[in-house]
Design a binder for this molecule. Structure first.
Ligand SMILES: CC(C)(COP(=O)(O)OP(=O)(O)OC[C@H]1O[C@@H](n2cnc3c(N)ncnc32)[C@H](O)[C@@H]1O)[C@@H](O)C(=O)NCCC(=O)NCCS
Ligand SMILES: Nc1ncnc2c1ncn2[C@@H]1O[C@H](COP(=O)(O)OP(=O)(O)OP(=O)(O)O)[C@@H](O)[C@H]1O
Length: 229
């Protein structure tokens, strides 16, 4: 099994591409969806968030007021760092559980849709393939403003909270150009799907598992020998 990291900038088209990949039968783990789950009321991350940001970031029903929290963290790097330090470990733990689920079900690869893949780095070294969904800055800005009903300033703040998309495209093994029609994007997604299906590289996850078991087994036998001699 191997892992595919799908990333890009905010509103560059990651969800659009990942839904096209899902349509081709690929398993996709969406970090944004996982991120919503790990901050549900009564979770550890939720308690830490309320402890740090206060009750002001809660809705009447006790759930996180995502709009208000977004306004706070996209204008304050220190508060964004705190939010990331609370949520990212939980997000990564939850994603690893989902990866194990697909591993057990025998999938050859799993696609992880992770907006901050290159920013957090913690997962990057596990990826055998990395894919950046790119679109030009003007298109990204207008799509974000339109989709989330943001002012130009708010949209620019959110874009500035991430590594520049032009930098990300230079780090990725595959780039999907998503500045024009969805049909053009889909043609690239079909080529990417073929490349992934043809990819025979394996993340040494099995090798690591076998080595760990063999190592532990050898250690156990050594201990038994020591104790019985
Ligand atoms: C800030 C929050 C409350 C805003 O919620 P909202 O529903 O408005 O946006 P949503 O969660 O759908 O995220 C939309 C996009 O914002 C960007 N984004 C989200 N969090 C961050 C962050 N900490 N830093 C930079 N960009 C971010 C991503 O491109 C994401 O795809 C929310 O994004 C959040 O809890 N972020 C912290 C967790 C996180 O880092 N998620 C990214 C997954 S790697
Ligand atoms: N090729 C395209 N043509 C026209 N609109 C597009 C195209 N690709 C994406 N969009 C639109 O642009 C917006 C952002 O796309 P999408 O939600 O897929 O981006 P994203 O990278 O997943 O965003 P986020 O970082 O917030 O998760 C959406 O409203 C989507 O419908």
């Amino acid at each position: 099994m191997f892992l595919v990291g799908l990333t890009g900038g905010i509103a560059s088209g990651k969800s659009t591409v990942s839904s096209q990949l899902r349509g081709l039968g690929c398993p996709v783990i969406d970090a944004d969806v996982v991120a919503r789950r790990v901050v549900e009321p009564q979770t550890r991350a939720y308690r830490l968030l309320v402890q740090y940001f206060g009750q002001d970031v809660l809705l009447e029903n006790g759930e996180i007021d995502r709009q208000k929290l977004g306004q706070i963290i996209f204008t304050d790097p220190e508060k964004r760092r705190m939010l990331n330090s609370i949520t990212h470990p939980e997000i990564h733990r939850a994603m690893l559980k989902e990866i194990l689920y697909y591993f057990i079900r025998g999938y050859r690869y799993v696609i992880l849709d992770v907006p901050l893949l290159f920013e957090t780095r913690r997962l990057t070294h596990l990826m055998k393939h990395t894919v950046v969904v790119y679109c030009d800055p003007a298109t990204q800005l207008s799509r974000l403003m339109q989709r989330d009903s943001l002012s130009r300033e708010e949209a620019e703040q959110r874009i500035a909270a991430q590594m520049p998309l032009s930098e990300k495209r230079g780090l990725a093994r595959h780039v999907i150009e998503n500045s024009s029609l969805r049909e053009d994007t889909h043609r690239q997604v079909l080529r990417l799907h073929t490349a992934l299906d043809d990819s025979t590289e394996y993340l040494p996850i099995r090798a690591v598992a076998v080595a760990a078991i063999a190592g532990l087994g050898g250690l156990f036998l050594y201990m038994v020998k020591l104790l019985t001699s």
